[in-house]
Design a protein around this ligand. Structure first.
Ligand code: SAM
Length: 245
């Protein structure tokens, strides 16, 4: 991984509380499509503050959550106390061979070294186990969302992250599914959400403040945001799943 990407991946250590407060969860349909209903042991890899982990626990799975950032994992232990939270990376989970029926990777595949992570996932999966790779993306068809996104990606050199994961020949060809949904958010949190992005977390203070001022301006002036205390944020969850051969 190049140095810039490594710095961005590590930036979550500084934004854990804000991440937990403002990032979206995942709807039931996503969990049902991504994890086979007869799975028992599920690894949530790069589990962050436990946004997906909480949903997996609610579905009744036995969840081990692997996450390298101590700060993100501390939030996860509060949010999903019934999950087994462990330090580790996608490339080295520290888990034994063939110990889980399914693996989920939410909002994180783009931080991994794909060949090493795919080999590690294949190792920890039981025969014919499944892996799901998914991202929540804001639906750019809504004008204020497109404008907010343009502001928070100003000067961002990383490519959009959501794309078909390359899992290699240990896995079947990934199948794709999309779920459209929305969630209410206080308009004041649009600034906080912007500040939790890895791009902004790694900017110099003056550049970050200038972008956050633009977010404030959007909230104060856009006809769909002005004067409102909450707004529905439209998302699409892009999901891929594959089976261990
Ligand atoms: C955007 S967060 C996603 C968290 C959670 N899965 C969710 O859906 O909210 C990305 C997470 O990937 C973690 N991460 C970065 N590089 C990683 C790696 N090589 N292996 C495992 N996790 C990694 C970060 O610490 C961060 O918690």
């Amino acid at each position: 991984m190049d140095e810039h990407r490594t710095t961005r991946a590590a930036s979550f250590e500084r934004g854990a509380a804000v991440y937990q407060a403002t990032r979206p969860s995942y709807p039931d349909e996503v969990v049902r499509w991504c994890v086979p209903h007869d799975a028992r042991d599920v690894l949530d890899l790069a589990a962050g503050t436990g946004k997906l982990t909480q949903r997996l626990v609610a579905f009744g799975f036995d969840v081990v959550a692997v996450e390298p950032s101590d700060a993100m994992r501390a939030e996860l232990e509060r949010a999903a106390p019934d999950a087994d939270a462990r330090p580790g990376t996608a490339e080295r989970t520290g888990l034994p061979d063939a110990c889980v029926d399914a693996v989920t990777v939410a909002q994180a595949w783009h931080w991994f070294d794909p060949p090493t992570a795919a080999a590690e996932i294949a190792r920890v999966l039981r025969p014919h186990g499944s892996v799901a790779v998914l991202w929540n993306v804001r639906d750019q068809a809504t004008d204020w969302v497109a404008r907010w996104t343009r502001i928070v990606h100003t000067g961002d050199s990383l490519e959009p992250s959501a794309r078909v994961p390359v899992l290699g020949d240990r896995f079947t060809e990934p199948e794709h599914h999309e779920v459209a949904w929305s969630t209410p958010m206080p308009t004041a949190d649009l600034r906080v959400l912007a500040a939790s992005r890895s791009h902004l977390l790694t900017l110099p203070d003056d550049e970050r403040d200038a972008l956050l001022d633009q977010v404030d301006d959007l909230v104060a002036t856009h006809p769909d945001l002005r004067g409102r205390t909450t707004v529905d944020v439209p998302y699409r969850t892009l999901c891929w799943r594959a089976t261990r051969r």
